[in-house]
Each structure stands twice: as structure tokens, then as C-alpha cells.
Ligand binder design. Sequence first.
Ligand SMILES: Cc1cc2nc3c(=O)[nH]c(=O)nc-3n(C[C@H](O)[C@H](O)[C@H](O)COP(=O)(O)OP(=O)(O)OC[C@H]3O[C@@H](n4cnc5c(N)ncnc54)[C@H](O)[C@@H]3O)c2cc1C
Length: 426
Amino acid sequence: MTNTAHSPEPLSHLSVLVSGASVAGPALALWLARYGARVTVVEKAPALRGGGFAVDFRGHVHRTVLERMGIWDEVRRHQTHMGRQTVVDADDKEKVDLPAFLMSGDVEIFRGDLARIMYERTKDRVAYVFGDSVASLREDPDGVEVTFERGAPRRFDLVVGADGLHSRTRRLVFGEESHHLRHLGYYAAGFDMPNVLGLHRSSRICSVPGRMVDISNYDGSAEQGGAFLLFRSEQLAYDRHDVAAQKAILAEKFADLPWKHTRHVLAALEDADELYFDAIAQIHIDRLSQGRVVLLGDAGYGATMGGMGTGTALVCAYVLAGELAAARGDHATAFAAYEAEVRDYAKGCQKLAGNAGPFLAPPTERKIRSRDRAYRMLSSRFLAGFFKRLTEKAANAIELKEYPVGKEAPGYAGPMEPVPSRKRQA
Ligand SMILES: Cc1cc2nc3c(=O)[nH]c(=O)nc-3n(C[C@H](O)[C@H](O)[C@H](O)COP(=O)(O)OP(=O)(O)OC[C@H]3O[C@@H](n4cnc5c(N)ncnc54)[C@H](O)[C@@H]3O)c2cc1C
């Protein structure tokens, strides 16, 4: 690897457009700005999106990257401190308690809080444009001509698609979503609801064949709670921007769920201002870059719940920026190296998540019983340790390279420590 450690700004000649300001986008922006690149992040939402579900980090690789980003302590200050999650039957009878260490990783934080932390660290050095989106991309030998839905056209040296599972960048450059999105047979939904069960950093989960309802309180407040729903289904045709249509689908799917608390969930659904609704799906694509355009995070290797997509996005942002810095902006070299470094790693995390739907909402009563048995076993310290090692094995299955030290920036944690060499485990 080229050692450019003596040059603090190896990318000062480079302009980069990043599409998407959730997890992957701001993480990459943080690194690129540190290496001196001029970075613009365009986000289609009118402002930084708050809320969302809780995401977790596991193992030493996630932690090392968070430390190098300089945000480990702040992430810990915002951690959810979620407690036990109790599985009940349709009569609300408790079946098994899932201890926190099983479900919430080493550190758990709301996706929106994480995005906010990274945004605050970068907003003075990165140009964030909210309420706009890439409309077209045309590459020539010297750069990429980008038109936007609202703003004036601009040229960039490189474009990064960090715009999630339904990435427009991917569609524009790599072809239709249907070629890359693998539906895993379930849909998930999440929204706020009053804390009607008086939960305290805990949740109550009821599964019946093919469906699951989870009522939770994450923040310890007496008032605020959340609902998370999962149901088994073939791919549905609906307008992803039509919230009323999505609410109607959910109301119909859950209307006859026999758990007594379902009525609270359905009432909250009706009142919900914000609704998360999407398929449980993964992205499988045979290459992550084409010319000057590259995919990062869910856009390139979305794993869905259980696949540690957030940690993967942060690790891969570190690698992508580091390879660009090491190659002093030679994107062909850097993108090839990025892909070689992260492909197997991301695939390993996707593998873990492939069975998330059937595990959370098994399709038959018999499978619910065996899932509950598995939960009981996993709740024992011994098997929980095994489960922890299994997930950490995937999370740790990359040897982090040392990249050039970037220019000091707010939140910069100081020069990088050499990483102890660890063998790849996957
Ligand atoms: C139900 C569920 C539960 C999950 N639970 C966990 C978990 O417990 N732990 C974990 O690690 N991961 C979890 N994940 C995965 C995790 O949410 C993602 O892997 C992670 O958010 C990836 O971040 P990202 O930035 O790549 O994509 P996203 O978070 O999807 O962000 C994409 C961003 O791009 C923006 N955007 C979209 N289109 C455009 C456009 N055309 N122009 C500009 N901007 C655009 C979006 O508004 C958004 O801000 C879960 C996922 C799901 C679906």
C-alpha cells in the first residue's frame, strides 16, 4: 500500500458527491473531509432524518472504527440502555425473556442519533444539501456531470451512492432495482406509540404464525413507546411514497391478530405521523463501482435487520475513504481495492441476516415453538456466549488496514493507533 502518511491532505484535489445522509453518507464524508476532499452530501429528505430503529455495534472492528472516527464516547453517551425483551403468547402469557446482551450488541443507539452525531462532526467541512436528489449522472473522462431535481447541474470527480436499499444512484448506473434486490419474504414496519403498557426500557413481543408485534419503550420515559411489526408476504405492489396505502396494508394484515394489545398498536398506526414500512430485503450486486461511481452501505450490500448493516456501513466507509487516500484519489485503483477488501466481509454479514424474518415471525405454530426453544437456550449464559461469538465473528471478519492520517478536524481522536494484526476469521 502506498504510504502517504506524511501528506495530511492526500485528497485536496478531489470533489466528491455523496448521495444520502443517513449512516454511510456522513461516515464517508467525515473521512473524506479529513483527507482534504471537497465533499457535498445530497439528501432527499428536507432535513436530517431523526428517529428510526435502534441499531447496534458488535465486536472489536466496529469499536475500532468508531474510535478512529472519534465518536465512540459520544455513541456510548447516546446508547439506549435497552433491557430485557419478553416474548408472550396471544393470551399475553410470558414465554421467554431475552436478555439485553443478546439483542442489543455491545452498544445500541438510535439510527437518527448516530446520523446526528456524524452530521454535527462534519457540517462545518462538508456541504450538506437537503431536499434534493440526483436526477441524472453522465460520466466523461474527467468527471461526472450531475443534474439534480432542484439544484443547478454540477460536476464532480466522483459520485458515491450511499442512498440506501432503494438507491437511485444504483438504479441510474447499475440498472433496475429488481436485478439487485432480493426479497426475503417479509415486511417490517415501525412507528411511535404511547407507552400504554408502562414499559421501562423493555419490550413485549407476540408472534403468531407469519406475524409479529413488538411494543417497546427504549428511552425510559413514561409516555413514549414504539411499535414494530413484521409480517410474511410475497412482494407487494404499492406506492412507497403513499403512507395511507401502507397503513391500510398493515391495518388489514394485523386486524385479526389475537393479542389483546394489538388494538393499541392499530390505534397508534392510524395516528402515526411517521411510518417506516419496507420489505425485509437484501442487495446482491456483482460489482460495487462503475467508472467514477461507487456504492456504499445498504445501496451496495444491504443486509436488513440482523445483518449489522450499520457497523458494516461504517467499516466500509473507513475502507473506501482510506483506499482513496492511499491511492491519492486514483479512483480506479481505490475502488478495486475497496471492493476487494469489503466484498466477502459484507457478504458474511448478509448471511447472518438471511433468516431474520422466519426467526422473528415463524410461519407455523410448530416453528414458533422451536424458535421459542432456541430463544430459551440462547438466553442461557453459555449459549448466549456462543451466539455472541457467532455474530462477532462476522463483524470482526476484516483486518483493518492502516490508512494515511487525515487532517485534524473537530472530533478527531488523534493519530491512529496501529491496529493489532488479527487473522481474518471468515
Ligand atoms: C427493520 C430494520 C431493522 C434494522 N436493524 C438494524 C440493527 O439492529 N442493527 C444494524 O446495524 N442495522 C440494522 N438495520 C440496517 C441499517 O438500518 C442499515 O444497514 C443502515 O441504516 C445503513 O445505512 P445507509 O446509510 O447505507 O442507508 P439508509 O440508512 O437507508 O440511508 C439512506 C439515506 O439516503 C437517503 N436517500 C434515499 N434516496 C435518495 C435520493 N434519491 N437522493 C438523496 N438521498 C436519498 C435516505 O433518505 C436516507 O437518508 C436494520 C434495517 C431494517 C430495515
